[in-house]
Each structure stands twice: as C-alpha cells, then as structure tokens.
Design a protein around this ligand. Sequence first.
Ligand code: FMN
Ligand code: 173
Length: 359
Amino acid sequence: MTGTTLSEYESRARELLPGPVWDFLAGGSGTESAVSAGRAALDRVRLRPRVLVDVSACDTRCSLLGAPLAAPVGIAPMAYHRLVHPEGEVATARAAGDTGALFTVSMFASRTLEDIAAAATGPLWLQLYWLRRREQLTGLIRRAEDAGYRALVLTVDAPRVAHRPRDARNGFAVPAGIRAVNVDASVMSASHGGTAGESAVARHSREQFDPSITWADLAWIRERTALPLVLKGILTGEDALLAVEHGVDGIVVSNHGGRQLDCAIPAADALPEIAEAVADRCRIILDGSIRHGTDIAKALCLGAHAVFVGRPALWGLAHSGSEGVSAVLRGLSNEFDEAMALMGAVRVEDFDRSGIVHH
Ligand SMILES: Cc1cc2nc3c(=O)[nH]c(=O)nc-3n(C[C@H](O)[C@H](O)[C@H](O)COP(=O)(O)O)c2cc1C
Ligand SMILES: O=C(O)C(=O)c1ccccc1
C-alpha cells in the first residue's frame, strides 16, 4: 500500500477528526460486540492454498449486475462524507472511478446525486432507507435514473437507527453546514436536536423512517423503476430465500458494521447458509470488517460475489481526500491480487468453499 498501511490511515484519521465524528464513524450499537465480532469471524476463516497453478496472469476483474469492476470491491453506503473531508462524496466518487471500484452513494450523502455523478467515471449505485414520505423516494429514484446510477440498494436492517452509546453520550449532531442535501431538509435535519442521551441521527430516523414496511412493499419500488434492486442487511438463509422469491437482484449480507442489532451474527458467519439458500439466483455481496486482500478471498470462498468496504474508505478520505481513498482501494486490490496468486486462483470465479476451513 505505497508505504502507508491501512492501520496508519486509520490512526491518522483518528488524529485528524473531532472526537464525536470519530466516534460516529468507529462506533457501534449497544455493547459494540457486533463490531469486533465481524473481525473475529473473518479471522476464524483460514485459507487452503493450491500450488503449481500457472498464476502468471491472475485476473482480479469481475462484473456485478452489469457493472464492470477492477476487483470485486465496492464502497459501502455511508452517510455524510463531508464530515471527514470538505469535498465529501465527490472526492470518493473520483477515487472509485480511478481504481475501478463500485461506489454506493448513501441516501444521506452530503453532496448532490448529480454532482457525485459528474465526478464519477465508474459505476454508482444509490442506497435508500424507506421514508414515511414516499414521495421523497419517488423523487430520488427518478433523479438516480436520470443521473445514470445503475442500481438501488434498499437498506432493510434499519427500521430505525439503533441506539449507539458513543453518539448518545456525545449528543452527536451533524455540524452546521453539512446536510443530507438529497432529501428534503425536513426529512433529515440531523444537524439539529442532538441531546445528551440521544443522537440527532437516531431521533430523526425514528421520526422519518417507515418501520411498518414488509416484503409486500417491495412491489412499490419495482413499479417505479427498472433498475436492479439490492437488499442490504440480510443475515439469515430464511430472509435470503424470501429476497429471491421477491425477485431481488442482489443482497448485501451485512450486520451494518455492528451499528444496528447488537450481538447480530457477523456477515461472514451468516454467509454459508445464505449462499446455500440463494443457490446462485441473485448476487451476494458481503460487508463488515473487510480490511485485507485475504478478507476478500475469504468472502468469495464463503459464497459472496463481491465485498463492500465501509470505514476504511472514510479513513482514506479523512487522510488525504480522493488520493487517500484511491490509496486505500488500490492497497486492497493489490493485496487481493497477491492472495489470488498465492491461493492458486486465476479468476475471481475460481474461489469456492474448497478454499477455506472455518473454525
Ligand atoms: C459512518 C457510517 C455511516 C453509515 N451510513 C450508512 C448509510 O447511510 N446507509 C447504509 O445502508 N449503511 C450505512 N453504514 C453501514 C455501511 O454501509 C456498512 O454496512 C458498514 O460500515 C460495513 O462495515 P465496515 O465499516 O467494517 O467495512 C454506515 C457506516 C458508517 C461507518
Ligand atoms: O446507517 C448508519 O449506520 C448511519 O450511521 C446513518 C447515518 C445517517 C442516517 C441514517 C443512518
């Protein structure tokens, strides 16, 4: 990673960012046990390399729902990139384009969908939470289509934002001047109303997210767009099967980086039963604690087609803007390329369950 390791990006970001912003990035819900469990789950997976395979031309490229990628890597949707860098999502989009990564833009992005699209040279997806005010969703879907976004990601593990002790203690609110510019100001004014005991983000999500939606409501989105639909936050084979039965194009196996259900099963532990239930009928993406090229290899062996990287992209952005995000993504891709060579995998599709043991 051009001399700077990922953990150096992390520690530099921690030094640079105000304490409450760092806590918002790093923190989880409840006991925060689902944050560390995500890492522990990947650490329990060990790789089984094959040797004497011609690896003189490993190919890290793949395609995900029609999007060509330099490696099976995307940036997870994360709110408010301007919290860590003034250019925000525009800088992140440039880096994703430069490195051939997918960028999933959060509904609570701090730059407009159109500005992000103008800076992007690679594929963009848009993530949505289901708001009580459905006309806001209709507007976002139409704007995403017009700006060339290639899929919608509906996050389903957050009927509301969970209680996050660090944010509550800090009375965290998004600083004045940073806004979720793509939604009506009255939808997410998370810059107001942080109080000791509850963050503004948690309070506004309770007011604005629709907690009553069910599988039957997916038809409402389908009727409004021909874009592929991906559900983010699936952790069981049962729900993966329902997702397939409801015709979704992809799922993100995720415990939301340990930020939603405390003690939720780590994505890596959930993946085998999900891959079995899905049986190749939709795309599977894993996120949570992906920090090394070998983590990507492990996710593919467990049944994922690609991974999303969350916090490390923001560490890179805080460190040095677009350059920092590019360096973080390039570092991961280079490590993945090496993992392929040392695993005896020539193509991304060569990874399967025979590549791992799981303790
Ligand atoms: C600061 C921050 C903001 C996030 N915002 C969103 C969001 O707006 N929508 C969403 O679906 N997930 C959001 N997530 C969750 C990420 O998409 C992802 O699931 C998680 O961060 C992956 O774990 P990792 O950070 O360990 O890589 C957020 C995560 C962080 C750290
Ligand atoms: O999804 C999240 O983890 C998150 O932090 C968030 C931030 C702003 C609005 C909604 C969720």
